[in-house]
Write a protein that binds this ligand. Structure first.
Ligand code: NAD
Ligand code: UDP
Length: 327
Protein backbone atom coordinates (compact mmCIF):
# COMPACT_ATOMS: atom_id res chain seq x y z
CA UNK A 1 0.00 0.00 0.00
CA UNK A 2 1.46 3.32 -1.01
CA UNK A 3 1.09 6.39 1.16
CA UNK A 4 -1.91 7.52 -0.86
CA UNK A 5 -4.52 6.21 1.58
CA UNK A 6 -2.51 6.67 4.77
CA UNK A 7 -4.82 9.35 6.16
CA UNK A 8 -7.99 9.89 4.18
CA UNK A 9 -10.86 12.33 4.67
CA UNK A 10 -14.20 11.27 3.20
CA UNK A 11 -16.75 14.07 3.42
CA UNK A 12 -20.28 12.75 3.20
CA UNK A 13 -19.03 9.33 4.27
CA UNK A 14 -22.37 8.38 5.81
CA UNK A 15 -24.16 8.84 2.51
CA UNK A 16 -24.97 6.33 -0.17
CA UNK A 17 -21.81 6.65 -2.28
CA UNK A 18 -19.55 7.85 0.54
CA UNK A 19 -20.22 4.86 2.80
CA UNK A 20 -19.70 2.37 -0.05
CA UNK A 21 -16.47 4.20 -0.87
CA UNK A 22 -15.24 3.99 2.74
CA UNK A 23 -15.74 0.21 2.73
CA UNK A 24 -13.77 -0.09 -0.51
CA UNK A 25 -10.97 2.15 0.79
CA UNK A 26 -10.63 -0.12 3.82
CA UNK A 27 -10.37 -3.10 1.47
CA UNK A 28 -7.71 -1.17 -0.44
CA UNK A 29 -5.69 -1.02 2.80
CA UNK A 30 -6.39 2.53 4.00
CA UNK A 31 -4.69 3.07 7.34
CA UNK A 32 -6.94 5.83 8.64
CA UNK A 33 -10.22 7.24 7.37
CA UNK A 34 -11.94 10.28 8.84
CA UNK A 35 -15.59 10.73 7.90
CA UNK A 36 -17.12 14.17 8.32
CA UNK A 37 -20.87 14.13 7.90
CA UNK A 38 -23.78 15.98 9.48
CA UNK A 39 -26.29 13.25 8.51
CA UNK A 40 -28.45 15.80 6.71
CA UNK A 41 -29.20 13.17 4.06
CA UNK A 42 -26.91 10.34 5.18
CA UNK A 43 -28.03 7.45 7.32
CA UNK A 44 -26.51 6.27 10.60
CA UNK A 45 -27.07 2.65 9.59
CA UNK A 46 -24.63 3.18 6.68
CA UNK A 47 -21.75 3.57 9.13
CA UNK A 48 -22.84 1.48 12.14
CA UNK A 49 -20.50 -1.33 11.08
CA UNK A 50 -17.58 1.11 11.26
CA UNK A 51 -18.17 2.33 14.81
CA UNK A 52 -15.71 -0.11 16.38
CA UNK A 53 -13.18 -0.06 13.57
CA UNK A 54 -10.00 1.56 14.91
CA UNK A 55 -9.11 2.76 11.41
CA UNK A 56 -12.23 4.93 11.14
CA UNK A 57 -13.16 8.13 12.94
CA UNK A 58 -16.58 9.67 12.44
CA UNK A 59 -17.04 13.38 13.08
CA UNK A 60 -20.62 14.64 13.08
CA UNK A 61 -20.34 18.16 11.77
CA UNK A 62 -21.78 20.53 9.19
CA UNK A 63 -18.88 21.31 6.86
CA UNK A 64 -20.42 24.61 5.81
CA UNK A 65 -19.40 26.04 9.19
CA UNK A 66 -16.24 27.39 7.61
CA UNK A 67 -14.65 28.59 10.86
CA UNK A 68 -14.89 25.06 12.17
CA UNK A 69 -13.62 23.61 8.90
CA UNK A 70 -10.65 25.98 8.61
CA UNK A 71 -9.65 25.25 12.22
CA UNK A 72 -10.05 21.52 11.79
CA UNK A 73 -7.97 21.49 8.60
CA UNK A 74 -5.29 23.59 10.31
CA UNK A 75 -5.25 21.07 13.17
CA UNK A 76 -4.26 18.35 10.69
CA UNK A 77 -0.90 19.96 9.91
CA UNK A 78 1.30 17.64 11.99
CA UNK A 79 0.20 14.59 10.10
CA UNK A 80 -1.42 15.96 6.94
CA UNK A 81 -4.24 14.27 5.10
CA UNK A 82 -2.96 12.24 2.15
CA UNK A 83 -6.28 12.11 0.32
CA UNK A 84 -9.59 13.97 0.44
CA UNK A 85 -12.72 12.57 -1.19
CA UNK A 86 -15.26 15.42 -1.19
CA UNK A 87 -18.62 13.67 -1.47
CA UNK A 88 -20.70 15.71 0.98
CA UNK A 89 -23.76 17.24 -0.67
CA UNK A 90 -27.41 16.34 -0.87
CA UNK A 91 -27.86 14.66 -4.25
CA UNK A 92 -31.59 14.04 -4.49
CA UNK A 93 -33.45 16.90 -6.21
CA UNK A 94 -36.18 17.30 -3.53
CA UNK A 95 -33.55 17.17 -0.81
CA UNK A 96 -31.14 19.69 -2.28
CA UNK A 97 -34.04 21.96 -3.17
CA UNK A 98 -35.15 21.81 0.47
CA UNK A 99 -31.67 23.00 1.59
CA UNK A 100 -30.42 25.23 -1.23
CA UNK A 101 -27.99 27.31 0.86
CA UNK A 102 -26.32 24.31 2.49
CA UNK A 103 -26.12 22.71 -0.96
CA UNK A 104 -24.43 25.61 -2.72
CA UNK A 105 -22.06 26.19 0.21
CA UNK A 106 -20.95 22.59 0.56
CA UNK A 107 -20.12 22.40 -3.14
CA UNK A 108 -18.45 25.81 -3.39
CA UNK A 109 -17.12 27.23 -0.11
CA UNK A 110 -16.24 23.84 1.32
CA UNK A 111 -14.54 22.85 -1.94
CA UNK A 112 -12.56 26.09 -1.74
CA UNK A 113 -11.27 25.24 1.76
CA UNK A 114 -10.40 21.69 0.73
CA UNK A 115 -8.63 22.76 -2.48
CA UNK A 116 -6.66 25.39 -0.57
CA UNK A 117 -5.60 22.78 1.97
CA UNK A 118 -4.67 20.39 -0.83
CA UNK A 119 -2.41 22.99 -2.39
CA UNK A 120 -0.45 23.38 0.87
CA UNK A 121 0.33 19.71 1.43
CA UNK A 122 0.89 16.82 -0.92
CA UNK A 123 -2.75 15.88 -0.60
CA UNK A 124 -4.88 14.58 -3.46
CA UNK A 125 -8.44 15.93 -3.73
CA UNK A 126 -11.22 14.04 -5.51
CA UNK A 127 -14.34 16.14 -6.09
CA UNK A 128 -17.68 14.42 -6.69
CA UNK A 129 -19.10 16.46 -9.53
CA UNK A 130 -22.18 15.46 -11.45
CA UNK A 131 -23.80 14.97 -14.83
CA UNK A 132 -26.03 17.87 -13.72
CA UNK A 133 -23.26 20.20 -14.89
CA UNK A 134 -24.58 19.42 -18.39
CA UNK A 135 -28.05 20.69 -17.37
CA UNK A 136 -30.64 19.86 -20.01
CA UNK A 137 -28.08 18.79 -22.60
CA UNK A 138 -28.32 19.69 -26.25
CA UNK A 139 -25.91 16.92 -27.24
CA UNK A 140 -26.38 13.25 -26.48
CA UNK A 141 -24.39 11.42 -25.17
CA UNK A 142 -22.49 14.02 -23.17
CA UNK A 143 -18.67 14.09 -23.48
CA UNK A 144 -16.54 16.00 -20.98
CA UNK A 145 -15.87 18.64 -23.65
CA UNK A 146 -19.56 19.66 -23.68
CA UNK A 147 -20.13 22.79 -21.57
CA UNK A 148 -23.76 22.18 -20.81
CA UNK A 149 -27.09 23.95 -20.95
CA UNK A 150 -27.83 25.06 -17.41
CA UNK A 151 -30.40 27.46 -16.00
CA UNK A 152 -28.36 29.66 -13.64
CA UNK A 153 -31.35 30.64 -11.55
CA UNK A 154 -33.75 27.73 -11.48
CA UNK A 155 -34.82 25.23 -8.83
CA UNK A 156 -31.91 22.92 -9.62
CA UNK A 157 -29.26 25.62 -9.84
CA UNK A 158 -28.32 25.52 -6.13
CA UNK A 159 -26.97 22.08 -7.00
CA UNK A 160 -25.82 22.16 -10.59
CA UNK A 161 -24.36 25.66 -10.58
CA UNK A 162 -22.54 25.01 -7.31
CA UNK A 163 -21.09 21.80 -8.73
CA UNK A 164 -19.95 23.84 -11.71
CA UNK A 165 -18.39 26.39 -9.35
CA UNK A 166 -16.81 23.51 -7.41
CA UNK A 167 -15.19 22.39 -10.66
CA UNK A 168 -14.04 25.96 -11.31
CA UNK A 169 -12.47 26.11 -7.84
CA UNK A 170 -10.67 22.81 -8.36
CA UNK A 171 -9.38 24.03 -11.75
CA UNK A 172 -8.17 27.36 -10.34
CA UNK A 173 -6.16 25.73 -7.54
CA UNK A 174 -4.78 23.13 -9.88
CA UNK A 175 -3.64 25.73 -12.42
CA UNK A 176 -2.35 28.23 -9.88
CA UNK A 177 -0.54 25.89 -7.52
CA UNK A 178 -0.27 22.54 -9.28
CA UNK A 179 -2.50 21.03 -6.57
CA UNK A 180 -3.48 17.43 -7.35
CA UNK A 181 -7.20 17.87 -7.82
CA UNK A 182 -9.43 15.71 -9.98
CA UNK A 183 -13.16 15.56 -10.55
CA UNK A 184 -15.56 12.87 -11.63
CA UNK A 185 -18.85 13.81 -13.25
CA UNK A 186 -21.01 11.10 -11.77
CA UNK A 187 -24.17 10.08 -13.63
CA UNK A 188 -27.26 8.62 -11.89
CA UNK A 189 -26.02 5.89 -9.59
CA UNK A 190 -28.12 3.51 -7.51
CA UNK A 191 -27.75 0.56 -5.17
CA UNK A 192 -27.68 -0.57 -1.54
CA UNK A 193 -27.46 2.16 1.10
CA UNK A 194 -29.63 4.60 -0.78
CA UNK A 195 -32.24 6.05 1.51
CA UNK A 196 -35.63 4.72 0.39
CA UNK A 197 -37.20 8.08 1.33
CA UNK A 198 -34.66 10.06 -0.64
CA UNK A 199 -36.97 10.99 -3.52
CA UNK A 200 -34.78 9.84 -6.41
CA UNK A 201 -36.54 7.68 -8.94
CA UNK A 202 -35.11 4.25 -8.11
CA UNK A 203 -35.69 4.31 -4.34
CA UNK A 204 -39.09 5.94 -4.95
CA UNK A 205 -40.16 3.15 -7.31
CA UNK A 206 -39.02 0.50 -4.80
CA UNK A 207 -40.88 2.27 -2.03
CA UNK A 208 -44.07 2.27 -4.10
CA UNK A 209 -43.70 -1.43 -4.90
CA UNK A 210 -43.10 -2.34 -1.26
CA UNK A 211 -46.15 -0.31 -0.23
CA UNK A 212 -48.31 -1.70 -3.06
CA UNK A 213 -48.78 1.77 -4.46
CA UNK A 214 -48.72 3.12 -8.01
CA UNK A 215 -45.35 4.31 -9.32
CA UNK A 216 -45.26 8.07 -9.71
CA UNK A 217 -43.93 9.06 -13.11
CA UNK A 218 -43.16 12.74 -13.61
CA UNK A 219 -44.12 14.18 -16.99
CA UNK A 220 -44.77 11.82 -19.87
CA UNK A 221 -42.03 9.42 -18.80
CA UNK A 222 -40.19 9.98 -22.08
CA UNK A 223 -37.22 11.68 -20.38
CA UNK A 224 -34.14 9.48 -20.24
CA UNK A 225 -31.50 8.62 -17.67
CA UNK A 226 -28.59 6.16 -17.62
CA UNK A 227 -28.29 4.25 -14.37
CA UNK A 228 -25.00 2.97 -12.97
CA UNK A 229 -24.76 0.31 -10.27
CA UNK A 230 -22.81 1.41 -7.20
CA UNK A 231 -20.08 -1.26 -7.44
CA UNK A 232 -19.24 -0.14 -10.97
CA UNK A 233 -19.07 3.48 -9.91
CA UNK A 234 -16.82 2.70 -6.93
CA UNK A 235 -14.47 0.76 -9.21
CA UNK A 236 -14.25 3.78 -11.52
CA UNK A 237 -13.66 6.17 -8.61
CA UNK A 238 -10.87 3.99 -7.20
CA UNK A 239 -9.13 3.65 -10.57
CA UNK A 240 -9.33 7.41 -11.09
CA UNK A 241 -8.21 8.14 -7.52
CA UNK A 242 -5.16 5.89 -7.64
CA UNK A 243 -3.84 6.94 -11.05
CA UNK A 244 -0.81 9.21 -10.60
CA UNK A 245 -1.10 10.71 -14.07
CA UNK A 246 -4.59 12.22 -13.85
CA UNK A 247 -4.08 15.35 -11.78
CA UNK A 248 -6.36 18.13 -13.03
CA UNK A 249 -8.55 15.78 -15.07
CA UNK A 250 -12.33 15.66 -15.30
CA UNK A 251 -13.85 12.28 -16.21
CA UNK A 252 -17.45 11.13 -16.70
CA UNK A 253 -18.36 8.04 -14.67
CA UNK A 254 -21.67 6.41 -15.50
CA UNK A 255 -23.34 3.62 -17.37
CA UNK A 256 -23.96 4.52 -21.03
CA UNK A 257 -27.13 2.38 -21.34
CA UNK A 258 -29.94 4.89 -21.68
CA UNK A 259 -33.58 4.24 -20.72
CA UNK A 260 -36.63 6.43 -20.66
CA UNK A 261 -38.78 6.23 -17.54
CA UNK A 262 -41.49 4.15 -19.21
CA UNK A 263 -38.79 1.60 -20.09
CA UNK A 264 -37.57 1.79 -16.50
CA UNK A 265 -41.07 0.93 -15.29
CA UNK A 266 -41.07 -2.11 -17.61
CA UNK A 267 -37.81 -3.29 -16.03
CA UNK A 268 -39.37 -2.89 -12.58
CA UNK A 269 -42.30 -4.99 -13.81
CA UNK A 270 -39.91 -7.70 -14.95
CA UNK A 271 -38.09 -7.54 -11.64
CA UNK A 272 -41.17 -7.65 -9.43
CA UNK A 273 -43.16 -10.01 -11.65
CA UNK A 274 -46.15 -7.65 -11.44
CA UNK A 275 -48.02 -5.30 -13.74
CA UNK A 276 -47.34 -1.98 -12.09
CA UNK A 277 -49.79 0.86 -12.03
CA UNK A 278 -48.44 4.25 -13.03
CA UNK A 279 -49.58 7.58 -11.75
CA UNK A 280 -48.45 10.52 -13.88
CA UNK A 281 -47.72 13.85 -12.27
CA UNK A 282 -46.32 17.17 -13.41
CA UNK A 283 -42.71 17.26 -14.62
CA UNK A 284 -40.63 19.33 -12.17
CA UNK A 285 -39.09 22.54 -13.57
CA UNK A 286 -35.81 22.14 -15.46
CA UNK A 287 -35.94 18.33 -15.29
CA UNK A 288 -33.40 17.29 -17.96
CA UNK A 289 -35.01 15.59 -20.95
CA UNK A 290 -32.12 13.21 -21.57
CA UNK A 291 -28.91 12.12 -19.99
CA UNK A 292 -26.32 9.63 -21.10
CA UNK A 293 -22.58 9.66 -20.47
CA UNK A 294 -19.97 9.44 -23.17
CA UNK A 295 -17.42 7.30 -21.33
CA UNK A 296 -14.75 7.20 -24.04
CA UNK A 297 -12.36 9.08 -21.75
CA UNK A 298 -12.93 6.72 -18.79
CA UNK A 299 -12.43 3.73 -21.07
CA UNK A 300 -9.17 5.16 -22.38
CA UNK A 301 -7.64 6.55 -19.18
CA UNK A 302 -9.04 4.15 -16.58
CA UNK A 303 -9.66 1.07 -18.70
CA UNK A 304 -13.05 1.16 -17.01
CA UNK A 305 -16.42 -0.04 -18.20
CA UNK A 306 -19.56 -0.71 -16.13
CA UNK A 307 -20.17 -4.46 -15.75
CA UNK A 308 -23.60 -4.63 -14.11
CA UNK A 309 -26.70 -4.35 -16.31
CA UNK A 310 -29.74 -2.53 -14.99
CA UNK A 311 -31.90 -5.58 -14.23
CA UNK A 312 -29.07 -7.29 -12.30
CA UNK A 313 -28.27 -4.15 -10.32
CA UNK A 314 -31.92 -3.51 -9.54
CA UNK A 315 -32.33 -7.08 -8.27
CA UNK A 316 -29.50 -6.54 -5.78
CA UNK A 317 -30.97 -3.20 -4.76
CA UNK A 318 -34.44 -4.74 -4.32
CA UNK A 319 -32.96 -7.38 -1.97
CA UNK A 320 -31.41 -4.59 0.07
CA UNK A 321 -34.63 -2.58 0.33
CA UNK A 322 -36.70 -5.68 1.16
CA UNK A 323 -34.28 -6.57 3.92
CA UNK A 324 -34.30 -2.99 5.26
CA UNK A 325 -38.08 -2.80 5.29
CA UNK A 326 -38.52 -6.30 6.72
CA UNK A 327 -40.81 -7.22 3.77
P1 NAD B 1 -26.29 11.16 -0.16
O1 NAD B 1 -27.27 12.22 0.13
O2 NAD B 1 -26.63 9.76 0.15
O3 NAD B 1 -24.89 11.48 0.56
C1 NAD B 1 -24.42 12.78 0.81
C2 NAD B 1 -23.80 12.80 2.20
O4 NAD B 1 -23.28 14.13 2.45
C3 NAD B 1 -24.83 12.53 3.29
O5 NAD B 1 -24.33 11.59 4.22
C4 NAD B 1 -25.04 13.89 3.94
O6 NAD B 1 -25.44 13.79 5.29
C5 NAD B 1 -23.67 14.52 3.75
N1 NAD B 1 -23.70 15.99 3.78
C6 NAD B 1 -24.44 16.80 2.98
N2 NAD B 1 -24.22 18.08 3.30
C7 NAD B 1 -23.31 18.08 4.30
C8 NAD B 1 -22.69 19.12 5.06
N3 NAD B 1 -22.96 20.41 4.85
N4 NAD B 1 -21.81 18.77 6.03
C9 NAD B 1 -21.52 17.45 6.26
N5 NAD B 1 -22.08 16.44 5.57
C10 NAD B 1 -22.97 16.76 4.62
O7 NAD B 1 -25.92 11.33 -1.71
P2 NAD B 1 -25.03 10.42 -2.65
O8 NAD B 1 -25.88 9.89 -3.73
O9 NAD B 1 -24.22 9.47 -1.84
O10 NAD B 1 -24.07 11.51 -3.30
C11 NAD B 1 -22.74 11.71 -2.81
C12 NAD B 1 -22.02 12.71 -3.68
O11 NAD B 1 -21.98 12.24 -5.03
C13 NAD B 1 -22.68 14.08 -3.71
O12 NAD B 1 -21.67 15.07 -3.74
C14 NAD B 1 -23.43 14.07 -5.02
O13 NAD B 1 -23.59 15.36 -5.53
C15 NAD B 1 -22.53 13.23 -5.88
N6 NAD B 1 -23.29 12.61 -6.98
C16 NAD B 1 -24.11 11.55 -6.74
C17 NAD B 1 -24.82 11.00 -7.80
C18 NAD B 1 -25.73 9.81 -7.63
O14 NAD B 1 -26.35 9.40 -8.59
N7 NAD B 1 -25.83 9.18 -6.48
C19 NAD B 1 -24.71 11.54 -9.09
C20 NAD B 1 -23.89 12.64 -9.27
C21 NAD B 1 -23.15 13.16 -8.22
N1 UDP C 1 -38.80 10.84 -11.34
C1 UDP C 1 -40.05 10.24 -11.43
N2 UDP C 1 -40.66 9.80 -10.30
C2 UDP C 1 -40.07 9.90 -9.07
C3 UDP C 1 -38.79 10.50 -8.99
C4 UDP C 1 -38.20 10.97 -10.15
O1 UDP C 1 -40.62 10.12 -12.51
O2 UDP C 1 -40.66 9.45 -8.08
C5 UDP C 1 -38.13 11.26 -12.57
C6 UDP C 1 -37.53 12.66 -12.54
O3 UDP C 1 -38.48 13.61 -12.95
C7 UDP C 1 -36.38 12.52 -13.51
C8 UDP C 1 -35.93 11.07 -13.38
O4 UDP C 1 -37.01 10.39 -12.77
O5 UDP C 1 -36.82 12.75 -14.82
C9 UDP C 1 -34.70 10.89 -12.51
O6 UDP C 1 -34.93 11.60 -11.31
P1 UDP C 1 -33.95 11.52 -10.07
O7 UDP C 1 -34.53 12.42 -9.02
O8 UDP C 1 -33.69 10.12 -9.69
O9 UDP C 1 -32.57 12.11 -10.59
P2 UDP C 1 -32.16 13.33 -11.53
O10 UDP C 1 -31.45 12.69 -12.66
O11 UDP C 1 -33.37 14.08 -12.00
O12 UDP C 1 -31.28 14.16 -10.68
Amino acid sequence: MSNLFRKVLVTGGAGFIGSNLVDRLLEEGADKIIIIDNFVTGQRQNVTHLLNDHRVEIIEQDLTDSTWLANWLASQNLEPLTFIFHFASPASPPRYQARPVLTYLVNSLVTHHLAQYTSQYSTRLFFASTSEVYGDPLVNPQPESYWGNVNPNGLRSCYDESKRLGETICGVWHRQTGADVRQARIFNTYGPRMDIDDGRVIPSFFQSILNNEALTVFGTGEQTRSFCYIDDLIEGIIRFAKNDDLSGQTINLGNPQEFNLLELVKIFEELSGQNLEKQFSELPADDPTRRRPDITKARRLLNWEPQVDLLTGLKKTYEYFKQQSGK
